[in-house]
Structure formats: C-alpha cells, structure tokens
Ligand binder design. Structure first.
Ligand code: HEC
Ligand code: HEC
Ligand code: HEC
Ligand code: HEC
Length: 424
C-alpha cells in the first residue's frame, strides 16, 4: 500500500502549500487591483476632517494630500517676473504720477506672492495693508480679526503677521475639500448681483475661485475697502460707466491733467462671455488640467501658462494637435500685441497734445475738458487689455474691440486737444 501512503503524504504537502499560497495569492490580487484603480481614477478621495478649520499653513495639508502638495511645490519653478515696461514702454508715460509708474512686473508662481510684495518699490505700498488681500491665505482670518480696520492699516502694520503665500485654504474647505470662496469682495459683489451663493455649480466654482483675485478692483474712497466695480456689469465699458457715475478717479495725470482710473488683471471679466466660457469651459479646465503625479491622477496645482503642457490643458477637448493649438494662440496674441502697441502710442500722443494745450494761454476750457474725458476713456480701454494676462487669448474678439475703442478715443482726444488751443 505504498501508493496510499504516498497519497496521504502528498495531500498533507498540498495542504501546507495551500496554507501559504492562497493568502499570498489574495495579497497579490488585492495589491494589483488597488494599484490598477489608483492608476485609472482621479484621486478625489482623501482623509478629510482632520485638517484644522482655519489651517493657513499649507504644509499641514500636505500630510493628507501629498500629490497635491508636490504639484503645488512645482510653482517654485515659475520664477520669471519680467517688467511690463520692457515690452510696453508707453506704460511708463501713461501711469505718470501713480505708483505703477515706478515698478510694474508681470506675475509668476502663486508661491512667490509674499516674497514679491515685500520686495516691491515703496511707492506701490502706499495703498496699505490692502495690498496683501490677494497675496496670502491668511487674509480672510486677518480681516475677521481686525474687521473694517484691516483696510485702513498700513503695509508695515501687517508685514510681520502675514507670512504665508496663496495656499489651500484660499480655495478649499478643509473639512470637505469642497471649493469655497474666501474673499469678502467677491462674495459682496455676487450678492449685490442678487446671486444665491448656495446655488453656484461646481463648474462655475472652478472659475470663481480664481475670480477672488484675477479681477479688477478699487479701494472704496472712504473705507479703503477692496470693492469690485461690477454693479453695472463686468465688461470694460460697464465698469467705466460705473466709475464715471461715481465721479471716481484714482489719480490725476501730471502732464495731461486728466483724472484717471486703473484696471487690474481682469482675467475673469475678460474670460466671461468668450467662446470658451459660453461653451461651459472654466479657468481650471486649462490651468488645472488632470495630471499624473507619481501613481496618482489629480487636478494640477501648478498654475502656469497652458502652453507649457498643451497635451494636458487643450487636447482633452481639441483633437487638432499641439502645433495647431500653439499656432492659434500665437496668432491671436501677435495680433493683439500689434493693436495694443498702436493704442499705447495713440494714448501717449493724446497726453503730449493735452500737455501743450493745458499750458496754452487762451485755451478753450470746454474743449480741453472733453479732450481729457476722451483721454480717460482711451487709457481705460488700453490698460484693461494691457494688464490682463494672456494677451487676448481669453477673449480675442472682445480684446480687439477694446483696443479699437482705445485707438478711436485717443485720436479724437488728440484732435480736440489741438482744436482747444486754436489749431485745426
Ligand atoms: C487657487 C485655488 C486652489 C488652491 C490654492 C488649491 N486648490 Fe485644490 N483644487 C482647486 C480646484 C479648482 C480643484 C478642482 C475641484 C473640482 O473640480 O471639483 C481642486 C481640487 C483639489 C482636490 C480634489 C482632487 C483633485 O485633484 O481634483 C484636492 C484633494 C485638493 N485640491 C487639494 C489641495 C491642497 C492640498 C492645496 C494646498 C497645497 C490646494 N488644493 C490648493 C483649487 C485650488
Ligand atoms: C488669493 C489670490 C489668488 C487666487 C485665489 C488665484 N490667484 Fe493666480 N495669482 C495670484 C497672484 C497675486 C499671482 C502673481 C504672483 C506673483 O507674481 O508673485 C498669480 C499668478 C497666477 C499665474 C501665473 C502667471 C504667470 O505669469 O506665470 C497663473 C497662471 C494663475 N495665477 C492662475 C490662477 C488660476 C487659474 C486660479 C484659480 C484656479 C488662480 N490663479 C487663483 C493670485 C491669486
Ligand atoms: C481655454 C483655455 C483657457 C481658459 C479657460 C483660461 N485660460 Fe488663462 N490662459 C490660457 C492661455 C492659452 C494663456 C496664454 C499663455 C501664454 O501666453 O503663455 C493664458 C494665460 C493666463 C495667465 C497668464 C499666465 C502666463 O504665464 O502668461 C493667467 C494669470 C490666466 N491665464 C488666468 C486665467 C483665469 C483666471 C481664467 C478664468 C477666468 C483663465 N485663465 C481661463 C488659456 C486659458
Ligand atoms: C473643456 C474643453 C476645452 C478645453 C480644455 C479647451 N478648449 Fe478650446 N474650445 C472648446 C470649445 C467647446 C470651443 C468652441 C468651438 C468648438 O466647439 O470647437 C473651443 C474653441 C477654441 C478656439 C476657437 C475659438 C476662439 O476663441 O478663438 C481655439 C483657438 C481654442 N479653442 C484653443 C484652445 C487652446 C489653445 C486650449 C488650451 C490652452 C483650449 N482651447 C482648451 C473647448 C475647450
């Protein structure tokens, strides 16, 4: 009965083998399925509820969202901040008498905001503590702490207290990780428009979180509170009409004698009603596309030119290929730059004529005033384009339209300023 004994032995061996092999197989299977899933789904889940409600130190969020932290850290690579004056020399003339004429750089990565604001020319810090409003994730709690007084404080009052750049808390609720609005100026502006903040869709939030800062604004003259001039609408002509009605000027041009207002980086206003926006596209679609970090797929938190990663930012929707897309962007931007330079030089011409006419002995005051009004209009439309990032790509037709308005008003201003001092 050797065979039987051998059978018993071998089934014993099989049992032992199975005891090791089965659990091992299960482990391998589980790990495989886990890794496979991680590769194919966006990492929307994470441990939530463990980050403090007011956690302004973004590094404290890193523990729960390491891939997002890595993506955020990559903003340090976005270092260039060329001066606007290198490419747009006429800006120095049109800003004469205002802090922006001293120094005006193009933006760079979100992580540099504190470093950059501390290094800026003192002439630009006169606006006070308000300058920090779009630079630090500590601002909402600082406004809560000081109330209306926040806007009246000086730059130096707060410069030791505010140390964190733009961070997670600016756009996220740490408990749910849902997108949130943290800036009072945007919330107030939306409420004045009669918007119900609870009914805003997630897709709209993917642009509105950016509209907390990438918009134009002004300091309310009495309270110095940051205010969005949107009550008549958010387009260049509607915002200018709002300022005209308020009789609001930020400074008087020393040569032209014109009371002027200054647009700031109106990316959101420009983008609204563009082809992309009306088709339902949001800022985050192009500037925060899905990207792979290690074995995770996340919304990129490296805010940059979408031309750096066209495969992620455009070709998800466009099948045309990266060369075509780059060529489209470059064509739009080259045309905008050409019209922008024409408008810039035309506004400088108006300033020069107004300077001569203002000093002329028997000048027709009514004509001079009207010429100055036209200068104010021309400068507004030019500046609305010149300081808005993207060189018109966000809304090509509207951008060219604004520049046409600038050129026309500047030419009319030149003619009228000459007429005012008796020239034909
Ligand atoms: C300027 C705004 C902004 C900042 C700052 C920001 N995020 Fe986000 N975050 C977004 C947007 C927009 C999305 C996409 C959300 C959606 O589509 O629902 C997102 C998505 C996420 C998600 C969901 C998963 C995903 O990838 O889509 C996590 C987790 C996250 N962010 C973590 C962080 C962390 C951690 C920080 C700080 C290091 C941070 N975020 C800073 C805007 C921001
Ligand atoms: C809290 C204010 C704030 C929010 C919110 C914010 N930004 Fe910014 N952003 C800035 C500032 C300020 C800079 C310039 C930083 C510097 O130069 O020091 C900047 C820079 C950028 C740049 C880099 C520009 C360059 O020339 O390299 C991009 C791109 C950008 N932001 C896109 C976005 C998008 C998209 C969103 C929304 C998802 C957003 N930002 C939300 C304030 C903000
Ligand atoms: C359809 C894609 C798309 C959408 C949507 C979009 N942008 Fe852009 N954005 C671009 C392109 C393309 C550029 C030009 C980049 C360049 O010149 O290198 C740009 C440039 C910028 C820049 C300057 C970055 C740089 O490096 O020059 C900022 C800041 C910016 N966009 C913010 C926004 C904000 C805020 C929104 C939403 C209100 C938005 N963008 C919506 C495609 C988009
Ligand atoms: C979420 C989808 C989406 C993304 C991302 C997107 N687009 Fe578009 N784009 C559209 C839609 C929709 C239209 C409208 C016309 C159409 O249906 O083709 C459009 C139109 C355009 C047009 C022609 C209209 C115009 O305004 O000039 C250009 C050029 C263009 N896109 C370039 C880009 C570039 C460059 C990027 C990346 C920086 C980009 N798009 C990212 C959806 C997208």
């Amino acid at each position: 009965m050797m065979g039987k004994e051998e059978d018993i032995l071998s089934s014993d061996q099989i049992k032992k083998l199975l005891l090791i092999a089965v659990p091992a197989l299960v482990v391998v299977l589980v790990v495989t399925v886990f890794l496979f899933n991680r590769h194919n789904t966006v990492d929307l889940e994470g441990p939530v509820g463990e980050i403090a409600a007011n956690e302004t130190n973004s590094e404290a969020w890193a523990h729960y969202y390491p891939a997002h932290w890595d993506s955020y850290q990559a903003n340090y690579a976005n270092v260039e901040k060329p001066s606007h004056f290198d490419t747009k020399p006429y800006l120095k003339t049109i800003y004469a008498g205002f802090g922006f004429a001293q120094e005006y750089n193009e933006p760079r990565g979100h992580v540099y905001t504190i470093e950059d604001i501390l290094a800026i020319d003192p002439a630009r810090k006169k606006a006070g503590a308000s300058c920090f409003t779009c630079k630090s994730t500590q601002v909402p709690e600082t406004i809560e702490k000081y109330g209306a007084q926040y806007y009246l404080m000086t730059f130096d009052d707060l410069k030791d207290e505010i140390v964190e750049p733009i961070g997670c808390l600016d756009c996220h609720d740490p408990k749910t990780m849902k997108l949130r609005l943290s800036r009072p100026a945007l919330i107030d502006a939306l409420q004045r428009q009669g918007r119900d903040l609870d009914s805003i869709t997630n897709q709209e939030m993917r642009s509105l979180v950016c509209a907390q800062c990438h918009v134009t604004y002004y300091f309310e003259p009495e309270t110095k509170e940051i205010t969005f001039p949107w009550d008549k609408g958010i387009k260049a002509d509607q915002i200018l009409a709002y300022y005209d009605e308020e009789g609001f000027s930020e400074w008087v041009h020393p040569d032209a004698g014109t009371g002027l207002v200054k647009p700031r980086h109106a990316e959101y206003e420009t983008f609204m009603n563009s082809t992309h926006q009306s088709a339902g596209v949001a800022c985050a679609d192009c500037h925060m596309p899905y990207t792979r970090i290690g074995n995770k797929k996340i919304s990129s938190h490296t805010w940059q030119s979408p031309l750096n990663n066209i495969e992620e930012s455009c070709t998800t929707c466009h099948r045309n290929g990266t060369d075509w897309l780059t060529e489209r962007v470059e064509t739009i931007q080259a045309q905008v730059i050409q019209s922008q330079d024409l408008a810039g030089n035309a506004v400088v011409d108006a300033i020069n004529e107004l300077k001569v006419s203002s000093a002329a002995p028997q000048v027709d005051q009514a004509k001079l005033k009207e010429a100055q009004r036209l200068h104010r209009e021309a400068q507004w439309y030019l500046d609305f384009v010149a300081v808005t990032n993207g060189y018109g790509f966000h809304n090509p037709t509207e951008t060219i339209n604004n520049l046409s308005m600038a050129i026309d008003s500047a030419h009319k201003s030149v003619l009228l300023a000459r007429e005012a001092r008796g020239l034909e």
